[in-house]
Ligand binder design. Structure first.
Ligand code: ADP
Length: 503
């Protein structure tokens, strides 16, 4: 089993370690500083007391000297005073000994003072008490030995006190530096810890981001390698489950779509023959008008017209289903534009005349041939012109224009009818979409014509678009490639240039 703590556990461990490190460093530092302070205060007090005792020793010796001074007319040396002064010297010496403790230098100085005092007593004080004058020079030598030893002890004590202060200062500085270094070290450790934590998350998060991008881009087979802290690993697993379910759904959708296409394809195909038969017979009946009474003739006409609409709808559905199944075929060939435009113009003219609409066809001079299936281009143009005829009101103007734009031929069908607003333009090429205005709804239609036009144009390698100013009309344009092996039209670009210059 591998140890893989959760993100929260990792953060907790991180903070705990950091807290413990900071705590230990701070406690050690503060403890040490406190100890230095206490030691310093103790030392200073001890050295002051020692200085005091040194002064006691000196004054006791002065008293001893006074007690053992040579006899004069007024005063004699006093054994009792000497003893008292000696006792106070011994007391001060004992207390000083307690204070010098384990300091060898001070001990040695104190020892010398005590020894020189003892020698002085023996060789100077005691003979003087017994009124014997010590040999010349001895008194002076031994007295100054005691005085010098006292002075040496005082100097040594002051020196030790200064040394204690310097020592405390150095200790404080070193400890402060150590604590600062410890804190910096703890912070560095925390930084390393947290950057390790972030690094452990970065790679799996990066994989997730990359996976999400690929999934959003449509690659439903995208899966991510699960890893990192528990939460991110869980996120990775959830991501993979989501991708699985999306892929499953997409497969199911494709299957249903396929079934729907197959169904539409089969039904349309099966309906085509009977509808053609019905239409044929109805047309046959209308052609034999004499044999029918007016009601029968009218009925035959309605049947023929409805069968015609049904046939168109079935053909449209069949085209779309074939386009979805990738089975819609075109047979492009070099096709001259003018005859094509004139032919569809002729077919559509009666419809425009029927609505009192003015209809014009304008084809640029010397256009090269297009690489297109003439039947299919006629179908596209018929859809666009039928729409212009249907949706523009009576008396409107409709135009079909063809011109060269770069390496393509552009066909444009424009009218000055109701047009479409921006939102409607976004949907206009969607299948089964129809504007929900009363003008549109009052006219029959299926919402398939423009979707088929788009499929057919794109199958030719072209593109279709719509522009409109609501209330002022609409223009539908599509472009088709110029035929490469078609009839060359060397005059075309020159003619365009001239025309442009002249205009
Ligand atoms: P149909 O004409 O059968 O409804 P289409 O796909 O040809 O289907 O057109 C879709 C919709 O686009 C129409 O229902 C209509 O609302 C709108 N439309 C198409 N051509 C025009 C036009 N020339 N003027 C205004 N609206 C149009």
């Amino acid at each position: 089993m591998t140890f893989n703590p959760s993100l929260t556990a990792r953060l907790r461990i991180g903070f705990l370690v950091l807290f413990a490190l900071l705590m230990v460093v701070s406690l050690l530092g503060v403890g040490r500083l406190f100890q230095i302070r206490v030691n310093y205060e103790n030392d200073i007090t001890r050295y002051f007391q020692l200085e005091l005792e040194t002064e006691h020793l000196r004054s006791a010796f002065i008293l001893e000297q006074a007690a053992a001074r040579p006899a004069t007319a007024h005063q004699k040396p006093s054994q009792a005073e000497l003893n008292q002064a000696a006792a106070s010297f011994s007391d001060a010496a004992r207390r000083a000994r307690d204070l010098t403790d384990d300091d060898t230098a001070l001990n040695a100085k104190l020892g010398r003072l005590i020894a020189s005092q003892a020698s002085w007593r023996k060789a100077v004080a005691e003979p003087l008490i017994q009124e014997r004058v010590p040999p010349p020079g001895v008194e002076q030598r031994l007295t100054s030995a005691v005085t010098n030893s006292g002075e040496a002890l005082a100097v040594e004590t002051r020196g030790s006190r200064d040394a204690a202060r310097d020592h405390a200062r150095t200790d404080t500085r070193n400890t402060t530096i150590l604590v600062a270094a410890g804190l910096a070290g703890a912070l560095l450790a925390a930084l390393i810890l947290f950057s390790g934590l972030i690094n452990s998350m970065r790679a799996p998060l990066g994989r997730l981001v990359e996976g999400a991008r690929r999934l959003a881009g449509g690659d439903l087979r995208t899966r991510v390698e699960v890893g990192g802290p528990t939460e991110i690993a869980a996120l990775g697993r959830a991501f993979n489950e989501m991708a699985n379910s999306l892929e499953r759904d997409a497969r199911e959708r494709d299957r249903v779509e396929q079934m729907k296409n197959d169904f539409v394809l089969t039904v349309s195909h099966e309906l085509r023959t009977p509808v053609t038969v019905v239409k044929g017979f109805a047309e046959m009946l209308t052609a034999q008008r004499e044999g029918l009474n007016p009601r029968q003739f009218e009925a035959a006409e309605v049947i023929a017209e409805s069968a015609g609409q049904l046939q168109k709808m079935i053909n449209d559905l069949l085209d779309l289903a074939r386009s979805d199944a990738g089975k819609l075929r075109i047979e492009p060939e070099p096709t001259p534009v003018r005859p094509l435009a004139q032919s569809i113009g002729r077919q559509m003219r009666p419809h425009f005349d029927g609505k009192d609409q003015s209809f014009s066809v304008s084809v640029e001079k010397d256009l090269p041939e297009v690489d297109a299936d003439p039947g299919r281009v006629t179908q596209v143009l018929a859809n666009l012109l039928t729409n212009a005829n249907k949706y523009a009101p009576e008396g409107a103007k409709v135009q079909l224009a063809a011109s060269q734009v770069g390496e393509e031929i552009e066909f444009a069908v424009s009218d000055d009818g109701p047009g479409l607003d921006e939102e409607q333009l976004e949907h206009v090429f969607e299948r089964f979409w129809r504007a929900d205005s009363t003008e549109t709804q009052s006219v029959g239609g299926t919402g398939l014509g423009l979707a088929i036009a788009k499929s057919l144009v794109e199958l030719h390698g072209g593109a279709i678009s719509a522009n409109s100013v609501p209330g002022q009309g609409a223009t539908f344009r599509f472009v088709l490639p110029i035929s490469k092996d078609g009839r060359p039209t060397p005059t075309a670009p020159a003619a365009r240039t001239k025309a442009g210059a002249a205009g």
